[in-house]
Design a protein around this ligand. Structure first.
Ligand SMILES: [Zn+2]
Length: 473
């Protein structure tokens, strides 16, 4: 009997609005515990929430970018539950009339393109944080009331690769829109995975579990694989899968049961009486729609058509909005898009990776890269020197031209100097010269290397090779 896996996602993203969703406290990540709180976000009796319009705007933006229908009259509901990080003992969320519905995102899979349905997107507030210490548990309410979007997909995924492809596509869309920075490690993007298995070809859904505490794409991929295997093993041994919430243990690389999964009616949802229904006008939607930025898929296509980049290069470049900004800024001053793309895809991405710098904090100035490309193209420096200088500009912020002149890195242009150096190498390497003359072409490479060494690397290897050939033949 063969099985197939059915997966749906619930993705929470924190929004980049300056203030919280129902009060004017700062919503920025971090801060000294309990310094970004007020009577509203800590749920003091007698206070009233006031909806932050920016949050509605961000939600509509996200809905439009994912082809959702926007709910014209939307409303909030209270989700009641008790937990120490939730001082009000209810969370303001949207159950009955979520702000966006019926959208989709296209992903690339091994078997081509696939459409992943978005069931709904709704606005809700985040809870606080519990900090467990040796002497007890502390509560930090800074995160209470930070605006969240919950993006609920249809159960359209059949494996870990599709889940990751979707999350990457969602992350680049949201960062392009500027609505969230989607940092999994800081918790501004979190995904819960609903998973069930069924016999291949069956149309009925099996019993599903929900997995929480997934803090990286790597965890998500492993959790999907391990949960599918666990459920299949249960079914094969004649046991039943129990509907439950499971927690992923990143150290043990396995999940364990946390509690039986709640149904919506366990939360005693009811309409939030303190916030009137929101009437979203056509003109509000049109204004947001007309200001949407070029989105990743469109940008990728344009890079391929207009700049002549390969599909692969275009997709690596357009994945990340901060790389896009850097690339486009460099492109403004340089009319060799392919050359700029090669340097960004090769050297710049390598420097970011080696130094563990995220693309948002890239210290490199686009002008520095442009200067280096120009100097390589005009033959003032060679490519290797260019790479060295780029590294210096990245780590130490050196001025490219000054660094090259102060360190004497520009190419030697005096042909007499080059020629005499080549002659000296020929005179000093009799064996290689004989080898070359007997047809060992590899010997030529050695002679080029020796000349480059003698010239301190400040020469054009092709030119030296040409000169060597002339003199040896
Ligand atoms: Zn507040």
């Amino acid at each position: 009997m063969s099985f197939e896996t059915v997966i749906g996602l619930e993705v929470h993203v924190e929004l980049l609005s300056e203030t919280k969703v129902f009060c004017t406290c700062k919503s920025e990540f971090g801060g000294k515990p309990n310094t970004r709180i007020c009577e509203i976000c800590t749920g003091m009796p007698g206070t009233l929430p006031r909806l932050n319009e920016k949050v509605v705007e961000f939600a509509v933006k996200t809905g439009l970018a994912t082809d959702c229908e926007i709910t014209k009259i939307t409303r909030f509901d209270r989700k009641n539950y008790f937990y120490p990080d939730l001082p009000k003992a209810y969370q303001i969320s949207q159950l009955y009339l979520p702000i966006c519905r019926n959208g989709h995102i296209e992903i690339k899979t091994e078997n081509g393109k696939k459409i992943i349905g978005i069931h709904e997107i709704h606005i809700e507030e985040d809870a606080g944080k519990l900090i467990h210490t040796e002497s007890g548990t502390l509560i930090d309410c800074n995160r209470c009331g930070v605006p969240l979007l919950e993006i609920v997909t249809e159960p359209d995924f059949s494996g870990a690769d599709e889940v990751i492809a979707f999350l990457e596509a969602l992350r680049s869309t949201l960062t392009y829109l500027g609505v969230s920075d989607c940092k999994m490690q800081e918790g501004s993007m979190r995904a819960d995975v609903n998973l069930s298995v069924r016999s291949a070809g069956s149309r009925e859904l099996g019993t599903r579990t929900e997995m929480k505490n997934l803090n990286s794409f790597h965890d998500i991929a492993d959790a999907v694989k391990s949960e599918a295997a666990r459920q299949i093993a249960l079914i094969k041994s004649g046991e039943a899968v129990i509907q439950q919430t499971r927690r992923w243990d990143a150290d043990k690389r396995e999940s364990y049961a946390m509690r039986s999964k709640e149904a919506a009616n366990d939360y005693r949802y009811f309409p939030e009486p303190d916030i009137p229904p929101i009437d979203i006008s056509e003109s509000f939607i049109n204004r947001i729609n007309s200001a949407l930025p070029e989105l990743p898929a469109a940008k990728k296509q344009r890079y391929m058509n207009e700049l002549g980049l390969s599909g692969y290069d275009a997709s690596v470049l357009t994945n990340d909005i901060y790389i896009v900004s850097f690339f486009e800024a460099a492109l403004k001053d340089c009319n060799s898009p392919k050359e700029v793309a090669n340097w960004v895809l090769g050297e710049v991405l390598r420097l970011l990776k080696d130094s563990g710098t995220d693309s948002k904090s890239n210290p490199l100035k686009p002008e520095a890269l442009v200067k280096i490309i120009e100097m390589v193209q005009s033959g003032k420096i060679n490519r290797n020197t260019g790479k060295t200088v780029l590294e210096k500009a990245f780590y130490d912020g050196v001025d490219v031209e000054r660094y090259i002149s102060e360190n004497g890195l520009s190419l030697i242009t005096d042909s007499d100097v080059i020629e005499s150096s080549v002659e000296a190498v020929i005179a000093g390497n009799e064996k290689s010269v004989t080898d070359y003359k007997r047809g060992k072409t590899a010997a030529l490479g050695y002679l080029v290397g020796q000349t480059m060494k003698a010239l301190g690397g400040r020469a054009d290897a092709n030119e030296i090779q040409k000169l060597l050939r002339e003199l040896l033949n």
